[in-house]
Design a protein around this ligand. Structure first.
Ligand SMILES: [Zn+2]
Length: 315
């Protein structure tokens, strides 16, 4: 089912598109950029120069209106400080509540805080968080290969049946601000340590899908999905066809990493990337609904009745 592009360029946009990876900041952080940068080195590296865009939840909603995106999953920022995570989680909870179901959100916690991180994740789930993320070891001072750094949080997420979104990056290719060192071998050590945890690796898993041609890697990644965050800056459009062929459309979640990529332009690029209509239904919404357990919007009832979460993907 499609409707005309809001921009009027004639490209049909599917109904119920979900952007599974966006970022929004509270007004106080946007207003106090310099002070925040002084306290959080990773934030300083990405946003210290003042030119990088800091989006609010309202900016996300406006972008969605312009792009024809029905829902977005909003992440905060991988703060080191638990208090800053808590304030950001409260802000996202309020924004989601006010959005009439258009915004879902993920909680940020610093995993190395152990029981305190797990407690904050539990508090966020009670406030409506769909999962935890985007976690980032370089930003938050934990090691994906050190089981003890993540055990409390992972066990809490498994018990709650919630997924974790983890930043991932390539062990080869160009450098960029925020790339970090969450490369495929570390991601694999992480999933091996917590086989029952549902995981989404951002940014096409730093190339981990390509290694799923190896049977043992495939087996280790049964609970792993990948999002397409910032794809245009990293890969040619052929990455869509290639990764869907490697792991299946039900394990690929369309995400822009907004405001890194514009939702409208990236959506049009994705529609032209050579996926079939059933594959697009999964990548542009079905996979995210299943992985993040998102309830249907009332406007999607007709579509969900035909192709709902139970009909797309593996259990
Ligand atoms: Zn990321």
């Amino acid at each position: 089912m499609t409707e005309p592009t809001p921009g009027g360029d004639g490209v049909p946009i599917p109904v119920g598109v979900i952007d599974a990876h966006t970022h929004a900041f509270p007004a106080e952080v946007i207003a106090r950029r310099a002070a925040t940068a002084a306290a959080e080195p990773w934030f300083a590296a990405l946003y210290g120069n003042g030119r990088a865009v800091l989006a609010s939840a309202d900016d996300v909603l406006r972008s969605m209106d312009g792009a024809g995106v029905a829902r977005s999953v909003v992440c905060g920022f991988p703060w080191r400080d638990l208090g800053r995570c808590r304030a950001h989680n409260d802000d996202l909870a309020a924004a989601a509540m006010a959005s009439g179901g258009r915004l879902a959100w993920l909680a940020t916690v610093p995993p190395a805080a152990g029981p305190a991180a797990a407690a904050e994740a539990d508090r966020a789930f009670a406030l409506g968080a769909a999962g935890v993320g985007e976690l980032n070891g370089d930003a938050q001072g934990f090691d994906l290969c050190r089981r003890g750094d993540l055990a409390d949080l992972a066990e809490c997420c498994v018990a709650a049946g919630r997924p974790v979104l983890v930043h991932a990056s390539e062990s080869v290719g160009h450098g960029y601000p925020g790339k970090g060192t969450a490369t495929p071998e570390k991601l694999l050590a992480f999933v091996a340590a917590f086989p029952a945890l549902r995981v989404v690796f951002a940014h096409w898993g730093g190339g981990l899908p390509f290694y799923e041609l190896m049977p043992e890697v495939r087996l280790a990644c049964v609970n792993v999905a990948y999002d397409t965050g910032a794809s245009t800056y990293l890969y040619r459009p052929a990455v869509f066809r290639t990764v869907v062929d490697l792991v299946g459309a039900d394990r690929v979640l369309w995400g822009s990493d907004y405001p890194v990529l514009r939702q409208d332009r990236f959506l049009r690029r994705t529609l032209a990337a050579g996926l079939t209509e059933p594959e697009l239904e999964a990548v542009l919404g079905g996979s995210a609904r299943r992985v993040y357990g998102l309830p249907p919007l009332s406007t999607e009832v007709a579509q969900v009745g035909d192709h709902g979460p139970g009909a797309v993907g593996r259990p």
